[in-house]
Every structure is written in structure tokens, then in C-alpha cells.
Write a protein that binds this ligand. Structure first.
Ligand SMILES: *Cc1c(COP(=O)(O)O)cnc(C)c1O
Length: 355
């Protein structure tokens, strides 16, 4: 908005994204079907989709819901788009007209597709969320193939980011059974955890790394590929004041000053996605130093101990980034996971692409 300064900015490093995509495609031995659902895991759909569109290792882009598919198609980036969850019957025609690849999990859905649709057969190999069970999936896939609409087939691992890979291996074997009964298709199964755990999987031509593309991996898989967090979140100081010993800060008076304290109010709160549950644990970087967030994190702001620092209104504070304080830290303080913190980043936070 003209003339109005953002209180918080998410800087998106395009070079970090590009490096992550290259590293993951190499580890997978496959091109990528990049998940850009939920506003590209909070990073900004347009910024990420444009990077992906120019990246040779990216075959296409995957979204969760029809509205995301329509928004992505409107960017006209020229790479295939796959919808990952079932459309309502009245959405099928318009999505097919836009060239969006559709998930199909029943013979009835296969029969209802218009003749110019392209389908990816969804196979449920144990996640029990979406898709046809293997025997049924073979019938659906054969029907799609008869109609000339079968472009791809996929399944989703339930436990690929956990230390024990045995259930994911079982899922993969079930998926291979389905692929063996069908003509060759673009087959895909691994999410980020699957790629990092397994490397190349035989017979698969695509992989779908989400969180890993944005720079995050579970601790036990970190050495499998060089990944860099693509987002740095910063917020502005909006007020600086002194708090005297015995006074409290923020709702509920949870934090009390034991000494004369210089307090900066910072323009980020839980309505922006900074987890309220991180109250009492959260830290931010002020001029490169870790400083505690004092008392309750509020809806629009939080307060930070800046005692001993020369802090002015308008200065930036780093909330998370690729260095000292990461989304992983913030998720831990908030009793949640990186996925929820990133996708919870609010619309008031301006997304800014940087080289
Ligand atoms: C979100 C999603 C992914 C990406 O998962 P990550 O754990 O972020 O790598 C892959 N496949 C499907 C079907 C998804 O819904």
C-alpha cells in the first residue's frame, strides 16, 4: 500500500531456493513436482513459482486446493500444475480447461473427466487419507489409460521423515505393484522426507519435496543434502521505553523487571503467525544478539529486552532466518512444527524476493 511501511517482512532468498531444488533433484535422481500449496509454505506463491518456472530440475508445481490451482494458472508460467486433493464435480471442467492435472481415485471420477483432462491416479498405500487402495487403483488406472487420460500416478508416505523407514518401504512396494499393472506413467511418491531418506527410488520419474525445498530437514536427515532456509523474517521496532524494577510487561503480567530494563516493542504478533505458545521461551536477534521476548506475545506485537543496545524506532529485528535463530527453533518454542509456523505466516507480512 502506497506510502505505508510494512511492520514485518519475509525476505525470500531466490538463490537459496534454487540451491535447495538442485540439491533435492540430485538426491532424488528425479525432476521435481514442487509443492507450492498454502502460499508456497508461506513464502509467497508468485515468488516461489517464478523461481521454479525457470529451474531446469522442476517439472511442475503441485497445489492442494482448486483456488490455488486457478491462482497459479493465472500466472501463466508454462509448467504443469497438479491438484493434490479431489475437486468438487462442478470444479472438474473449469480446472481441466486451465490444463490443471487432476487427482483421480475412482472409476466414477475417471468416467466423469472431460476428454481433454489429464489425470494422476492417486493410490492409497497406507496413509489412509486419499486415494484408491491398490487393487481398486489398478482398475481406475486401466480405465484412465483406456480413455487416454492417464499422465501420472502417485502415492504419499506417512512416515518418511521418521528415523525408521520400514513402513514407507512397505508403502513403496505396494505402489510398485500398481505401477507394474499399468502402462508407463509419470510416477511419484517421495515427499522431502522420502527423498532424503531413500535417495533415488526405482521406477519413479518425479519427486515432491515441500518443506525441504524451503530449506528444512529433520535432524537425522540433515547431512543427506545441503539445504538452506529460504526465508528471513524481520519486524520493525515501533516503540522503545524504559521499564523499572518491579513493573511487569504485557498481558497477565507474566514477566516482571528485576532491574531497569530497556524494552523495544516490535511489530509482529500471533496474528502474523508468531506463535503465542512461544511466550516465555522466544528470542529474537537484535543487532545480531539473541534477546528474550518479554511476557505474552500479543496479537500484533511483542516486547523485547534491548537493555544496553542503541535501538531506535524503525530498526529491524530478525525473528527467524538461516542463521542463529531458525523456524525450527521458533516451532520448538511454540510446541509445533516448521510446517505450521511457515504456513501460519499472516497476510500482513510483506513477502520480498531477494536475488
Ligand atoms: C504437502 C505434500 C507434499 C510435500 O510434503 P513435505 O513433507 O513438505 O515434503 C508431498 N505430497 C503431497 C501429496 C502433499 O500433500
Amino acid at each position: 500500500m502506497r506510502g505505508m511501511l510494512a511492520r514485518a517482512q519475509a525476505l525470500i532468498s531466490e538463490s537459496a531456493l534454487r540451491g535447495n531444488l538442485t540439491a533435492l533433484a540430485r538426491r532424488a535422481g528425479a525432476r521435481l513436482l514442487l509443492p507450492v500449496k498454502a502460499d508456497a509454505y508461506g513464502h509467497g506463491l508468485e515468488i516461489v513459482a517464478r523461481v521454479a518456472a525457470h529451474h531446469p530440475d522442476v517439472w511442475g508445481l503441485a497445489v492442494a486446493v482448486p483456488r490455488e490451482a486457478v491462482a497459479l494458472a493465472a500466472l501463466g508460467l508454462g509448467k504443469p500444475i497438479l491438484l493434490l486433493t479431489p475437486p468438487a464435480p462442478e470444479e472438474v471442467g473449469p480446472l481441466a480447461d486451465l490444463g490443471v492435472r487432476l487427482p483421480v481415485a475412482s472409476v466414477a471420477e475417471a468416467d466423469a473427466l472431460p476428454p481433454h483432462a489429464r489425470a494422476h491416479l492417486k493410490v492409497d498405500t497406507g496413509m489412509n487419507r486419499l486415494g484408491a487402495r491398490p487393487d481398486e487403483a489398478i482398475r481406475v488406472g486401466q480405465r484412465l489409460a483406456e480413455r487416454g487420460l492417464l499422465e501420472g500416478a502417485y502415492t504419499h508416505f506417512a512416515t518418511a521423515d521418521e528415523p525408521d523407514p520400514s513402513f514407507a518401504r512397505e508403502q513403496f512396494a505396494r505402489f510398485q505393484g500398481v505401477l507394474d499393472a499399468l502402462p508407463p506413467v509419470l510416477a511419484h511418491a517421495a515427499n522431502g522426507g522420502g527423498i532424503l531418506s531413500f535417495g533415488p527410488l526405482p521406477g519413479l520419474s518425479l519427486a515432491r519435496p515441500g518443506l525441504a525445498s524451503y530449506g528444512f530437514a529433520p535432524t537425522h536427515l540433515r547431512e543427506k543434502a545441503p539445504l538452506t532456509p529460504a526465508m528471513t523474517l524481520k519486524a520493525r521496532v515501533t516503540h522503545v521505553h524504559a521499564v523499572h524494577p518491579g513493573e511487569s510487561v504485557s498481558y497477565g503480567g507474566l514477566w516482571q523487571a528485576g532491574r531497569e530494563t530497556s524494552v523495544a516493542t516490535v511489530g509482529i504478533g500471533y496474528a502474523d503467525g508468531y506463535p503465542r505458545n512461544a511466550t516465555g521461551r522466544a528470542q529474537v536477534l537484535v543487532q545480531g544478539e539473541r534477546r528474550p521476548v518479554l511476557g505474552r506475545i500479543c496479537m500484533d506485537q511483542c516486547m523485547v529486552d534491548v537493555t544496553g543496545l542503541e535501538v531506535r524506532v524503525g530498526d529491524w529485528v530478525e525473528v527467524w532466518g538461516g542463521g542463529e535463530i531458525t523456524v525450527t527453533d521458533v516451532a520448538g518454542w511454540g510446541d509445533t512444527v516448521e510446517y505450521e509456523v511457515l504456513t501460519g505466516l499472516g497476510a500482513r507480512v510483506e513477502r520480498v524476493a531477494e536475488g
